[in-house]
Ligand binder design. Structure first.
Ligand code: C5P
Length: 228
């Protein structure tokens, strides 16, 4: 792991981590870890199997045995497969996000996903997106970004994303959902959402996607990562 250069991008829901991480990985030609998708897959698989939402050992077993794969679509998007079936849309719902944040508070689930996440670190490099990439999963990462935006702006972005996909959504309900998820992610005893001590905080509230990508690539350059 030590030789593979890693950039971690952590931050709250709706801060734009997913988009930024993918763009940075593409620009550098590196691999991408969407760790939130793993928690979403555990929640989704548990739901499909009728597990009780509070069944920690059951969800931990699912996390250990999860048959998950990630593909890049022709338009540069992500396709997520569970047991060979396309679950991309199913795991992106707000309900699944809520379920993910509940299973993510279970220590046995986090432990079961740890090595699976570390296995994504392969040459020439990895961009890892999540909540605890810089603090727990890749504490030795060469560059750690903590991406934030105001809660209002994050709810607005999520609203636009859902509308663009043709899903119905209410801005007020989304704001509440995001606030609740932030609270749960930041207050859980294990791997709470917080910037690593050596993270660079980037507030994207009034920045465009292009500007954030440029900033991260500039930081990667300064950390002499871009040459890899
Ligand atoms: O990033 P995304 O919204 O897909 O993550 C879904 C949920 O998974 C988050 O709300 C969080 O509770 C959990 N998560 C986590 N640690 C990560 C990534 C996601 O706890 N590294």
């Amino acid at each position: 792991m030590a030789e593979v250069p890693i950039i971690t991008i952590d931050g709250p829901s709706g801060s734009g981590k997913g988009t930024i991480a993918r763009r940075v990985a593409d620009a550098l030609g590196w691999h991408l870890l969407d760790s939130g998708a793993l928690y979403r897959l555990v929640a989704h698989a548990g739901h499909l199997r009728g597990l009780h939402p509070a069944d920690e050992p059951g969800h931990a077993r699912l996390a250990e045995t999860l048959d998950a794969s990630f593909e890049t679509t022709a338009d540069g998007g992500e396709r997520v497969l569970l047991d060979g079936r396309d679950v991309t849309a199913a795991i992106r719902t707000e309900a699944c996000g809520g379920g993910a944040s509940r299973v993510a508070a279970m220590p046995a689930v986090r432990a079961a996903l740890l090595e699976r996440q570390r296995a994504f670190a392969r040459p020439p490099g990895l961009v890892a997106d999540g909540r605890d990439m810089g603090t727990v999963v890749f504490p030795g990462a060469a560059l750690k970004i903590f991406l934030t935006a105001s809660a209002e702006e994050r709810a607005r972005r999520r609203y636009k994303q859902l509308k663009d996909k043709g899903s119905s959504a209410s801005l007020a309900a989304l704001s509440l959902e995001i606030a609740e998820r932030d609270r749960r992610d930041a207050s859980r005893p294990i791997s709470p959402l917080r910037p690593a001590d050596d993270a660079v905080i980037v507030d994207s509230t009034s920045m465009s996607v292009d500007a954030v990508v440029a900033r991260v690539l500039e930081l990667a350059d300064q950390a002499r990562l871009a040459a890899h």
